[in-house]
Design a protein around this ligand. Structure first.
Ligand SMILES: Cc1ncc(C[n+]2csc(CCOP(=O)(O)OP(=O)(O)O)c2C)c(N)n1
Ligand SMILES: [Mg+2]
Length: 369
């Protein structure tokens, strides 16, 4: 089970010792100079802009839901550094196997905002991504995506391709059997999969302290013989470096990597959730100080990177996002039969019965109008 050529960083930040990779602090000061990725200013500005775009799209999505124009939505606020750092490493031929809280990575892969809105409008085109290769639909059933990811990883390896599979799960998802099964499979077959655990401290109302007795979530990799690392998920540079090393490891055929990205869900679990019922404002304010956009902006200011006109950008992004939402709203809805027709060649009696019951319900509802 020994790893050949295991990058030193996995020894240095061994999860059993509960160390965490961090490059800038909350004030944006570089605290680990020798690990700071060498990035051109324009790339850093681009990363910030992508994070800002995700933040604004997220705010607007919550607002559309509040206006009754969209169904339940899962906010990303606070977790953008993870998404954009991953997105900056994912190539066109790589695979993205998402859960439901990594909007920025979907956008970076080439999924459009309109398609993301279609998903939350219940339109199946929000999952088929016809203009982009190798993205699976968002997975709402917790953990299922991990099996899909390792299956794809196995196929990639079998076909001797150099593709990497990026997949995501939450802290709560690590308690699902799928998580352990997939990690074991990945360890045994050394498949090129990067597992990201977005530890945002909560699974709806359940705090991570009640989710596990493990010292952290990265340590779960050890049992399966996979390198794992805990990273400050609100630190763009730390996440960038972690993905750089993980991608290199996976793409060169050495196997899977588990990244625990320590972060905080600054918003609600979904638009149907009220976090004030299970956590306090002091905690939210404390984590607010580690907001990934704020930290990156502070770094950019102290490093003397050219300033951007944020107000103007915000306005430009708002207009563009609103256009994409209006476009999604215009899309025709699907006939009810689409829900039933694609599962079996010959529809079983039970499904036939359910379809007829639902049709009756809809006509009853129509008559009540
Ligand atoms: C198999 C399954 N069980 C339960 C649920 C209901 N559910 C939706 S989200 C969620 C919590 C997920 O928490 P976590 O994995 O930490 O991800 P986060 O929502 O924090 O991003 C639960 C229990 C579900 N969607 N699927
Ligand atoms: Mg969570």
């Amino acid at each position: 089970m020994a790893h050949d050529n295991l990058p030193a960083i996995f020894h240095h930040f061994h999860p059993i010792e509960d160390k965490m990779l961090q490059i800038i602090d909350n004030e944006g000061n570089v605290i680990d100079k020798k690990r700071m990725p060498e990035l051109d200013d324009e790339i850093i500005i681009d990363a910030y802009k992508q994070m800002l775009y995700e933040r604004i799209a997220d705010e607007m999505a919550v607002s559309y839901q509040r206006q009754g124009r969209m169904y339940t939505y899962t906010p990303n606020i606070g977790q953008e550094a993870i998404h954009i750092a991953a997105g900056m490493h994912i190539r066109g031929e790589d695979w993205l196997v998402p859960a439901f809280r990594e909007m920025g990575t979907l956008l970076a892969k080439g999924v459009t905002m309109k398609e993301i809105f279609l998903f939350y409008l219940g339109n199946e085109h929000g999952g088929s991504f016809r203009n982009i290769r190798n993205v699976l639909p968002m997975a709402i059933s917790i953990g299922t995506q991990f099996h899909h990811a390792v299956g794809i990883g196995y196929a990639v390896k079998y076909q001797k391709k150099e593709e990497v599979v990026f997949t995501f799960i939450g802290d709560g998802g690590t308690s699902e059997g799928d998580f352990s099964e997939a990690l074991n499979f990945a360890g045994v077959w050394q498949v090129p999969v990067i597992f990201t655990v977005q530890n945002n401290q909560y699974a709806i109302s359940v705090p991570v302290q009640k989710q596990t007795r493990s010292v952290n979530l990265a340590v779960k990799s050890v049992a399966f013989g996979i390198p794992g690392i805990k990273v400050d998920g609100n630190d763009f540079f730390a996440m960038y470096l972690a993905y750089q090393i993980a991608v290199d490891y996976a793409r060169s055929g050495r196997g899977a990597v588990l990244i625990e990205a320590l972060t905080y869900r600054l918003g609600a679990h979904t638009t149907s959730d009220d976090p004030s019922k299970y956590r306090n404002e002091a905690e939210e304010q404390l984590w607010g100080k580690s907001d990934p956009l704020l930290r990156l902006k502070r770094y950019m200011q102290s490093a003397g990177i050219r300033a951007i006109d944020e107000e103007q950008l915000r306005e430009q992004y708002r207009e563009e996002i609103d256009r994409q939402f209006a476009d999604a709203e215009q899309e025709k809805s699907y006939p009810l039969s689409d829900l039933f027709d694609h599962m079996y060649t010959d529809m079983p009696d039970e499904l036939r019965r359910q379809k007829s019951e639902y049709e009756q319900f809809l006509s009853w509802k129509e008559k009540r109008r």
